[in-house]
Design a protein around this ligand. Structure first.
Ligand code: PMT
Length: 209
């Protein structure tokens, strides 16, 4: 049985005990992948940031909050799998020193300095020495295909699933997604599909790979 690791959902980067920085990811894409993989005879490990979704049946599940926690969970488990699919919307920047107490409303402005998080997908080949099938997503608002190709090459992916997140009917927090499957030999434009159907198309690509 093939084993797959899937990252899903947003991350939350704490500012203080009451506030965090996050994004619009609902987890729907990653959970659709986990569901479809579990129904396609894969052993699934789902590593997910906070979502409102039910964990699909027959999946192992590790809940995480921050980009750092997601990094550590992936680092620990990626060696056990044949395929890794990174659909999470991981924060690129985090607040280095979250306040222990709720920040008070003193001044008219509040400046907080953010520092870069670790790139989990970008660590797979080098830091984690992952040799299996590596699939990343690219969420773009411009130059979709060019940026996807750059990500494919820079991060050593076999496939990038590229989606334009400016579309209202596709991407973040909706049930559909319009994507391009980008590989080193070219790209395939898929129509607007349910996230379930896109998940099945990705699985088909893996099985044909
Ligand atoms: O969750 P939904 O509401 O269903 O929305 C789905 C989605 C829009 C979140 C999904 O389709 C998607 O595009 N996921 C990737 C979002 C993203 O962060 O893309 P990116 O282009 O910034 O990152 C490129 C790749 O690197 C992604 O595979 C991402 O998971 C990964 N990454 C990014 C930063 C980081 N620190 N670590 C990572 O692993």
């Amino acid at each position: 049985m093939m084993k797959v690791l899937i990252t899903a959902g947003p991350t939350r980067e704490a500012i203080d005990p009451a506030r965090f920085i996050s994004n619009y990811s609902s987890g729907k894409m990653g959970y659709a992948l986990a569901n479809a993989c579990a129904h396609s005879e894969f052993e699934v490990l789902l590593i997910s940031g906070p979502t409102q979704l039910e964990v699909p049946i027959n999946c192992d599940y590790i809940p995480v909050e921050s980009a750092q926690e997601m990094y550590e969970a992936v680092e620990k488990h990626i060696h056990d799998v044949d395929v890794a699919i990174f659909s999470a919307a991981v924060a690129d920047y985090t607040y280095a020193s979250p306040a222990a107490q709720k920040i008070k409303k003193y001044g008219d402005t509040l400046i907080i300095e953010l520092e870069k998080t670790k790139d989990i997908l970008g660590s797979a080949r080098v830091e984690f020495d992952f040799k299996g099938i590596l699939i990343g997503f690219a969420a773009e608002t411009e130059n979709l295909l060019d940026n996807a190709r750059i990500k494919l090459e820079k991060k050593g992916c076999d496939l990038i699933v590229a989606n334009d997140i400016l579309r209202k009917d596709s991407g973040f927090n909706v049930d559909h997604n319009q994507a391009y499957l980008v590989t080193s030999t070219g790209h395939q434009e898929l129509p607007l599909l349910s996230k379930k159907a896109l998940a099945l198309a990705i699985i088909q690509w893996v099985q044909a790979h």
